[in-house]
Design a protein around this ligand. Structure first.
Ligand SMILES: [Zn+2]
Length: 80
């Protein structure tokens, strides 16, 4: 298991609040193997991975590794 930041250091007050009230953030991509979804806070830009029962902030490098298709889509405009 990777070391996880304390809750109060993940994302910002805005995105933490969205998880706390159960609203969550809009889905950017899904990873069926991980049973998780990638989301991003519009306020602070933090990536979050949402699992069935909890969400955790993940570094951009992890977001790119687990959800490469989302980042390919974002880059597609320039390369193709
Ligand atoms: Zn945030």
């Amino acid at each position: 298991m990777t070391q996880q930041k304390p809750w109060e250091l993940q994302g910002c007050v805005i995105c933490r609040r969205m998880w706390e009230i159960g609203e969550g953030l809009p889905e950017l991509a899904a990873n069926a193997e991980r049973h998780a979804r990638l989301t991003q806070c519009e306020a602070c830009g933090a990536f979050w991975e949402e699992f069935e029962r909890y969400a955790v902030e993940i570094p951009p490098a992890d977001a790119q590794r687990y959800y490469p298709e989302y980042f390919q889509k974002m880059r597609g405009h320039n390369t193709s």
